[in-house]
Design a protein around this ligand. Sequence first.
Ligand code: PGA
Length: 253
Amino acid sequence: MNRKKIVAGNWKMNGSRSENAPLIEGIQSADGVTVIVAPPFVYLSEVWDALSGTPGVELAAQNCHAEASGAYTGEVSPQMLKDVGCTWVILGHSERREYQQENSDLLLAKTKAALAAGLKVIFCCGEPLEIRDADQQNDHIAQQLRETVLTLPEADWNQLVIAYEPIWAIGTGRTATAEQAQDMHAHIRKTIADALGTTVADQVRILYGGSAKPSNAPELFAQPDVDGGLIGGAALKAADFNGIIEAAKTTSK
Ligand code: PGA
C-alpha cells in the first residue's frame, strides 16, 4: 500500500515573529511528501501568508473548540481555522489531555466538529511510561481509539491521520526504537481493521511522534507501518526539520 508520507511540525507554545522567520524560510518544497506546519494560533495567518505558495506544504492548528461560534471567550472554532488557511488540526495531544483535562468525549466532539468544518484531523494517542513498563500499551492505545475515532463512520477516515506518541518519548530525548514504533503502528492498524475493515486500515496514515530527529527518522520511516512523523522539538530548528523531511522523501522512494 503506497501511503504518502507526512511530516508535521508541532511548534507547541514556541515562536515569535523573529524566531518564526528562519523556520518559514527553511521549509523547502515537499516533493512527494506532505509537510504540515502547526504554529500557535496567533501566527497561523502570517505563517500561511509566507508558505501558501510552497507546493506540498499545508497548515495545521494545534487545537480547536467543538462549537462553530458563540460565547466561548478565548476559544477558536474549526471554521475560523479553515478561514485563515488551515486544512488540518491536531487533536488528542497528550499535553492537552494532561494540562487541559481533555478526555475522550471532548476529543470526539472536537474531532466531529473539525471534520464537519472541512478540516482534516491528526488524532494523537499514546501511553505513559507506567503503562509501557507494565506491557499494557496495546490495550491502552486500543481503548483510546475505541472511545474516540473508531466510533466515526468509514467515510470520515480519509480525513483522519493517527499519530502514535508514546508520552515517555515526548520531549525526553528517549525515542521509541524502530521496532517498538513498528509493533505499535501495526497494532493500531489491526485495531482499525478489526473495527472498520482493511480498506480503511490500509489507507490511513499513522505517524510516529516522540523525540524524532534527523538521525533516527530514516530508520523509523523505513518501517512498513510508519507513515511519517509528528515532530516537536526538532521542528523548531530549520536544519533538523528539513533533515526529517529528507528522511521522509528518501524512504518514500
Ligand atoms: P518531540 O514532541 O518531538 O519534542 O518529542 C513531539 C510531539 O509532542 O508532537
